[in-house]
Design a protein around this ligand. Structure first.
Ligand code: ADP
Length: 378
């Protein structure tokens, strides 16, 4: 029976040798150092001992009748319960030790007889340390895997939750803003007082702001839940669609837009369109007062990825805020200064994560901002 006293925590060793004197000497040496020791005088008994009480390490004599050490070791490596137990071969100095064979059948080290106690102890301790570290690594890996799965699941649940809540909020909000609009439209017929209009207007304004927020929250949760398969997507087409969607903002601000010939990338067409829309929309929105936006879109190939840049001449972003702005609801301005809800860049980062790329910002306050992102070449 395996003992779990503190003393035997040093390790459980199996010594296999057909010479009783050798067995006695080794087991006494190791037992004195608080290792738990099992002994076997031939290969067959060794395999049985491993099955009954798998040790942490095996010291295995090579030259034995019937089943030699090489054969025992090869058999051990085929047993699921024993395959990972390290085997140190024991060989007499006058034996011809086939080192290549010893390693090729799965041995990790060898010791020659007659033994030098310090050498035996050092080699045993080395292998036990490696084994302990391997076990720890395996344990940590499976724990990390579990944590990763938990995280993935709770992220999915959160996305689902955000989706359902936003979706269910849409309907009543539409009713509220719809009636506010109706009241304003029919104000002459329903004897609408001047003062009442002042109350209804904020209902409409705030209602519409809330609608925009909910729409963006839905977009955010959909990056994870509503995925389109990846396909080859021509970014020139995506860009011209984006510019068409933004034509009002471009015309109103007097923006100048320049762009290179863009590549074709492998990704989710809908999400990539949204990415362009959010970044170019911001480049137009965060303009310096009285300075018409100048936006340049570029793409260069770097390390097997396409690196895109959206450059503007707007208000800029302080260097210390560069990471924060990619988090959801993080804004650097009030909505009075610049309308918005702080979801756009969080959506961009999620989209880029899904495409295996990277997104970052470089900026100078009062001069302009460059957003960069990378996408696989396909
Ligand atoms: P929103 O624009 O709705 O606030 P975003 O997530 O798109 O949300 O952006 C987060 C914040 O990052 C913005 O509030 C703004 O302060 C800053 N920002 C984003 N793009 C730019 C830009 N091109 N120039 C200056 N500031 C920007």
């Amino acid at each position: 029976m395996k003992s779990h006293s503190a003393e035997t925590e040093k390790g459980n060793l199996l010594i296999v040798d057909d010479t009783p004197d050798n067995l006695r000497l080794l087991s006494a040496t190791l037992g004195d150092r608080n290792y738990e020791v099992q002994c076997a005088i031939n290969g067959k008994l060794a395999l049985m001992a491993v099955k009954n009480n798998p040790p942490d390490l095996i010291l295995l004599d090579i030259k034995m009748p019937q089943m030699d050490g090489y054969e025992v070791c090869s058999t051990l490596k085929t047993m699921p319960e024993a395959a990972e137990i390290p085997v140190i071969f024991l060989s007499a100095l006058d034996d011809v030790l086939d080192k290549v064979k010893a390693f090729s059948v799965g041995g990790v080290d060898y010791i020659t007889k007659p033994f030098q106690v310090e050498e035996v102890l050092a080699r045993v301790e080395n292998q036990l340390t490696i084994r302990r570290l391997q076990r720890q690594l395996k344990h940590q890996n499976s724990r990390l895997k579990q944590l990763n799965e938990d995280l993935k699941r709770s992220n999915q649940e959160l996305e689902q939750f955000a989706y359902i809540v936003s979706h269910d909020l849409q309907q009543p909000l539409q009713t509220i803003t719809g009636f506010a609009e109706l009241m304003l439209a029919l104000k002459s017929q329903i004897q609408f007082e001047e003062e009442a209009e002042e109350y209804v207007l904020p209902i409409l304004d705030e209602g519409m702001r809330l609608q925009e927020l909910i729409k963006n929250l839905l977009h955010y949760s959909r990056v994870g839940t509503k995925r389109h398969p990846f396909e080859m997507a021509d970014c020139n087409v995506l860009l011209s669609e984006t510019l068409a969607n933004l034509h009002l903002a471009i015309a109103e601000s007097g923006a100048i837009i320049n762009y290179d010939e863009l590549p074709t990338v492998f990704g989710d067409r809908v999400q990539l369109g949204q990415l362009f829309q959010n970044l170019i929309g911001n480049a137009l929105k965060y303009q310096r007062p009285g300075v018409p936006p100048k936006v340049t879109i570029s793409a260069v190939k770097k390390d097997e990825m396409w690196q895109f840049g959206i450059h503007d001449n707007g208000i800029g972003i302080p260097a210390e805020q560069g990471d924060r702005i990619f988090q959801i609801f993080q804004r650097l301005h009030t909505s009075r200064e610049y309308p918005g809800n702080g979801i756009g860049l969080a959506i961009c980062r999620k989209i880029i994560d899904r495409h295996g790329g990277r997104i970052w910002v470089e900026s100078e306050v009062g001069t302009g901002t460059s957003f960069y992102f990378t996408l696989p070449t396909g």
